[in-house]
Design a protein around this ligand. Structure first.
Ligand code: NDP
Length: 345
């Protein structure tokens, strides 16, 4: 339960009913079932908005305003951030401004991530994150990646910078945060099938969400299927291919052809593709026009034929592969990107 405000069961039930109504409304309006949902239901029973604002690489002088604009002008209710993005305080200011403008906290879904992955650091890091975001609970707290880096790790890392990762110990601490009402849901990010399977064997509280890179240029089908089979919701990160110039999906001829045909922007087509696969999306933008355009995703669908064309893009590779942070080519322990991802393609 949240420490600030202990809700009666009746109040909680009313909230759930409201969310269910919204979901039912969304699905009855839907030209193509799940691709038009405004919320997805999590295994915990809570709901996650299908579109959120990403904040990685948001400039510190823009982050606060983009969060505020996204919530109050564009209708976003979901914001994704992390301490390592270095802008949580700015995100917090944007959230506070939106709350002061009258958006109820219970309507927002705020995600952050635990990066300092030693069991005895989990709670402190969450406390710091809550302070920076000026919140008293998070909706979702994710293990950012399944690696334990030393605090002063260099890039690329020295071999000694990569420490043993006590996955079970970290998860136990995350579970305690749920029990203490400091986070409503917990989940993972950048997990392989192997690591997810290990986690499921020791989890007392199921991960509600798995956040992974996904776009037509990196479909990541196997983890999507594994998550679906276990009732774990998937959020697609870098849904536009990130800001990497070598993974420019916005100008990809296949994407442009479909977007011209549907009279949508390439960004909208990429995001809708992800939603039609049942994943939520967290596109990053600090540009007001693109922030607004990136949530105009309801009431239309990518026809099956075009969806299949987008599904068949051949050049499958990650935009965000972790090499810079975790790979030490000569000393290891991870000498290649493939090793980092447990050789799963
Ligand atoms: P995205 O795929 O969201 O792409 C962001 C880039 O696209 C920016 O350069 C943005 O520029 C531009 N852009 C946004 N909208 C449009 C549009 N409609 N048309 C053209 N260009 C557009 O990349 P991210 O890598 O940022 O991923 C999204 C979010 O996912 C992150 O911000 C972060 O919150 C999360 N994430 C999580 C990770 C994890 O390890 N769990 C890893 C990576 C990301 P501009 O701002 O100028 O619009």
């Amino acid at each position: 339960r949240r420490p600030d405000r202990v809700k009666g069961e009746e109040e909680e039930e009313e909230e759930e009913e409201e969310e269910e109504e919204e979901m039912a409304q969304a699905s009855s309006d839907a030209p193509s079932a799940q691709g038009d949902l405004r919320y997805y239901k999590l295994v915990s029973g809570h709901s996650i908005p299908s579109v959120g604002l990403g904040t990685w690489k948001s400039a510190s002088d823009e982050a606060s305003h983009s969060v505020y604009t996204a919530i109050t002008e564009a209708g976003y209710r979901h914001v994704d951030t992390a301490p390592i993005y270095g802008i949580q305080e700015e995100v917090g200011r944007g959230l506070q401004a939106a709350l002061q403008a009258g958006i109820p906290r219970k309507d927002l879904f705020i995600t952050s991530k635990c990066t300092d992955l030693s069991p005895d650091r989990v709670r402190n890091q969450l406390t710091q994150t809550l302070k920076e975001l000026q919140l008293d609970y998070l909706d979702l707290y994710l293990i950012h990646w399944p690696f334990h880096l030393k605090e002063d790790a260099t890039r690329p890392p020295r071999a000694s910078d990569i420490l043993d990762f006590d996955m079970e110990g970290v998860w136990r601490e995350m579970e305690k945060l749920v029990k203490d009402g400091l986070v409503r849901d917990i989940g993972v990010s950048n997990f392989t099938l192997k690591k997810l399977s290990n986690l499921l064997q020791c989890a007392q509280i199921m991960p509600s969400v798995c956040q992974m890179e996904m776009h037509p240029g990196w479909r990541n089908d196997k983890i999507l299927e594994a998550c679906k089979n276990n009732g774990i919701h998937v959020t697609a990160y870098s849904p536009l291919g990130s800001s990497r110039s070598d993974r420019d999906l916005i100008h990809d001829p296949t994407v442009v052809t479909v977007s011209d045909k549907l009279n949508k922007t390439p960004g909208q087509v990429l995001l809708k593709w992800a939603m039609q696969r049942g994943t939520s999306v967290i596109p990053k933008s600090t540009n007001a026009e693109r922030i607004k355009g990136n949530i105009q995703l309801f009431g239309w669908a990518i026809p099956q034929g075009d969806f299949e064309v987008l599904n068949s893009m051949s050049d499958q590779r990650r935009a965000v592969d972790g090499e810079e942070i975790f790979v030490n080519k000569s000393e290891g322990p991870y000498k290649t990107v493939a090793e980092l991802w447990d050789d799963e393609v």
